[in-house]
Design a protein around this ligand. Sequence first.
Ligand SMILES: Cc1cc2nc3c(=O)[nH]c(=O)nc-3n(C[C@H](O)[C@H](O)[C@H](O)COP(=O)(O)OP(=O)(O)OC[C@H]3O[C@@H](n4cnc5c(N)ncnc54)[C@H](O)[C@@H]3O)c2cc1C
Length: 175
Amino acid sequence: MSWSMNGSKQTSRACFAIGDLVGAPWLAHKAMHEGVICVEHIAGLNTAHPLDVRNIPGCTYCRPQVASIGLTEAKAKEGGPRGAGRPLPVHRQWQGIALGEPEGFVKTVFDAKTGELLGAHMIGAEVTELIQGFAIAKALETTEQELMRTVFPHPTLSEMMHESVLAAYTGALHI
Ligand SMILES: Cc1cc2nc3c(=O)[nH]c(=O)nc-3n(C[C@H](O)[C@H](O)[C@H](O)COP(=O)(O)OP(=O)(O)OC[C@H]3O[C@@H](n4cnc5c(N)ncnc54)[C@H](O)[C@@H]3O)c2cc1C
């Protein structure tokens, strides 16, 4: 509640916006997350937090599926000294072959100085599910060392995520 210059009571009003109206990426999960943040903020909860749009995965439900998060190699390099990534594609997913979708591609982009995961780009079977592994890694500012030391189950599609990081640094084990 506030008072105007002529002494009459005025109710303070705030206008909040979420979703497509706010801007890219125009995705349902981004809109929903902003909605939660907005309501938490209105309710005065200390759980309200800024949303980092660089950590929002984008998925295309075609065949093969496409999934992506963060910076591409080209965008990373635009970042000057910080942005030199070491990406490498990985083909031949063994589980993908079993699923009848043998075409695959995983590309990871890392900060050349710090090793932080900057982006991940995937084409292939079930990559719209797999990208969440990189989304968590990116939100936690995971490095290439931490990803390389992570144990991935075999035989799974997720192994190609591990392989892509190994390939970018020490060399893939199965390619
Ligand atoms: C064909 C298509 C496929 C998509 N597929 C995906 C996908 O696979 N994954 C994904 O993440 N995103 C997808 N999207 C994008 C996703 O739907 C949007 O990013 C998301 O719905 C945005 O949420 P929003 O709340 O901003 O808007 P909306 O979901 O559009 O909600 C806006 C609401 O406001 C209502 N409204 C409009 N005007 C008024 C008014 N004057 N008064 C009262 N109510 C009003 C509308 O009826 C609607 O219910 C797709 C979009 C399209 C069009």
